[in-house]
Design a protein around this ligand. Structure first.
Ligand SMILES: C[S@@+](CC[C@H](N)C(=O)[O-])C[C@H]1O[C@@H](n2cnc3c(N)ncnc32)[C@H](O)[C@@H]1O
Length: 219
């Protein structure tokens, strides 16, 4: 039997209680995002805090985010970047990215953010074509699941050796082990989860945190 704590609502509330206070700007962003029909796409405050700690611990200077929405994870990451650090934000929705930029301004991180509004496959391909291969430290992937394999391959090209990719939603609310779930997103995530298991270009770990996070370090 494996030891795994059951994450009840009460335990999640407890984790929130003992976690650091959410920065005011991110609390306001969550409030603003709550007005949107697709608000559940936003990562949790604990996940944002985790990204922040990870980026600081790794000393990330050059980051990419695929899937910005209204900017919660982007700003969590940008706040952790050192002076001169940068993050390229990729999202194809101008309405959501304009909210993200408004809150980047409020968070004082606008000078660190290079927002690219458009299809993320095209944006990452352009970064490779412009000579940025092997120059990034960190990539966070949290966009359309059908493109996860493509994003991951492009991210691997853009990362330096020792750089880290974090992929969100890999357990997809548990649907990945539900045979009756045959929709495009679930099927794509199942394929993605198997695709890189024995890939000699990277070291990989899947954590049951939030909706499932895969970590991959480029060898
Ligand atoms: C789950 S949300 C991202 C949540 C975000 N990380 C946060 O912390 O709030 C996914 C985002 O991916 C974007 N997206 C989906 N398909 C895309 C594509 N082909 N190119 C660029 N962005 C895309 C959507 O517009 C949406 O904002």
């Amino acid at each position: 039997m494996r030891i795994q704590v059951e994450l009840t609502d009460a335990l999640q509330d407890y984790i929130a209680d003992v976690s650091p206070n959410e920065p005011d700007v991110l609390r306001e962003l969550r409030k603003r995002t709550d007005e949107l029909p697709l608000r559940l796409m936003q990562i949790s405050p604990e996940q944002g805090q985790f990204l922040n700690v990870l980026v600081r611990a790794l000393g990330v200077r050059r980051a990419i985010e695929v899937g910005v929405f209204t900017g919660y994870s982007l700003i969590s990451t940008a706040l952790a970047l050192p002076e001169g650090g940068t993050i390229v934000g990729c999202d194809d929705n101008p309405e959501w990215t304009s909210i993200a930029m408004e809150f980047c301004e409020r968070a004082g991180v606008t000078d660190k953010v290079d927002m690219r509004v458009g299809d993320a496959v095209a944006t990452l391909t352009e970064l490779v074509a412009s000579g940025s291969a092997e120059t990034y430290d960190f990539v966070f992937i949290d966009a359309d699941k059908q493109n996860y394999e493509t994003y991951f391959e492009l991210a691997l090209t853009l990362l330096r050796t020792g750089g880290l990719i974090v992929v969100d939603n890999v357990l997809w609310h548990g649907a990945v082990i539900d045979d009756s779930a045959q929709d495009e997103e679930t099927t794509a995530l199942r394929a993605f989860n198997l695709r890189f298991t024995d890939d000699k270009r990277l070291d990989l770990s899947l954590l049951p945190f939030a909706d499932g996070l895969t970590f991959a370090v480029k060898r």
